[in-house]
Design a protein around this ligand. Structure first.
Ligand code: ADP
Ligand code: 5GP
Length: 208
């Protein structure tokens, strides 16, 4: 039929809302979807692996990558740089593989600007109270960091209007199903594949 270029999916939303959890489950169920590995200047946490969790960089190396225009987007979050290296992503999209980015919101908006075909999904918590419980329950941040992340959550939710889709992350499996639905619909959007479809019929017509 037609060669469909891969879809760039961006999962974003406040810290602790469940992006990482949903992303992991979605990738387990969709082996041909690639996760973008970000670069960061943050130190590795216990159990994290170079090249799988992140590419860990010094500030100097990260800034060199910025100057060499190697990022699709980058942001400074909680005193560290985080960025999405662009080459690997575009290579996968060209091969027809979907790529998923799990990034915070400043970065998501930069992606949308640089690559408007990206599908930006806002992962919402069921409530602010549940969000706080999840951040605390995860146990990866200090009390100050928890407070900082929780306090910025409502301001982040106010940016919902910049996104294409929202998902209330009540039950992880249901959220994953909703992403499947979004991807299915996006892959049948006329605007995405109109040229490829018309080319296909034109080529056939030439042979008739
Ligand atoms: P994020 O990546 O958005 O910061 P995480 O995926 O790390 O968030 O999730 C934060 C915490 O909430 C984790 O402890 C995770 O197990 C838990 N969690 C995620 N989704 C759900 C859900 N639907 N119901 C209950 N707990 C959840
Ligand atoms: P953590 O330090 O907990 O791994 O990540 C902190 C925040 O940075 C999370 O909200 C995560 O989604 C975001 N993040 C991870 N990688 C990137 C990236 O490449 N770009 C941007 N803008 N944010 C990222």
């Amino acid at each position: 039929m037609i060669n469909k270029k891969g879809l760039l999916l961006v999962l974003s939303g406040p810290s602790g809302t469940g992006k990482g959890t949903i992303c992991k489950k979605y990738l387990e169920k969709n082996k041909n979807v690639k996760l973008s590995i970000s670069a960061t200047t943050r130190k590795p946490r216990e159990g994290e692996i170079e090249g799988i969790s992140y590419y860990y960089k010094t500030k100097q190396d990260f800034e060199e990558m910025i100057n060499n225009n190697e990022f699709l987007e980058y942001a400074s979050i909680y005193d560290n740089y985080y960025g999405t290296p662009k080459k690997a992503i575009f290579d996968e999209l060209e091969k027809g593989n979907d790529v998923i980015l799990e990034i915070e919101m400043q970065g998501a908006m930069q992606v949308k600007k640089a690559y408007p075909e990206a599908v930006c999904i806002f992962i919402l918590p069921p409530s602010l109270l549940e969000l706080k419980n999840r951040i605390v329950g995860r146990g990866t941040e200090t009390p100050e960091q928890i407070e900082k992340r929780f306090n910025s959550a409502y301001d982040e939710i106010k940016k919902l209007g910049d996104y294409d889709y929202f998902i209330f992350n009540n039950v992880v499996e249901k959220s994953v199903e909703e992403i499947h639905g979004i991807v299915y619909s996006e892959k049948n959007k006329v605007i995405r594949y109109k040229n490829e479809i018309l080319d296909m019929f034109e080529r056939e017509l030439e042979k008739c």
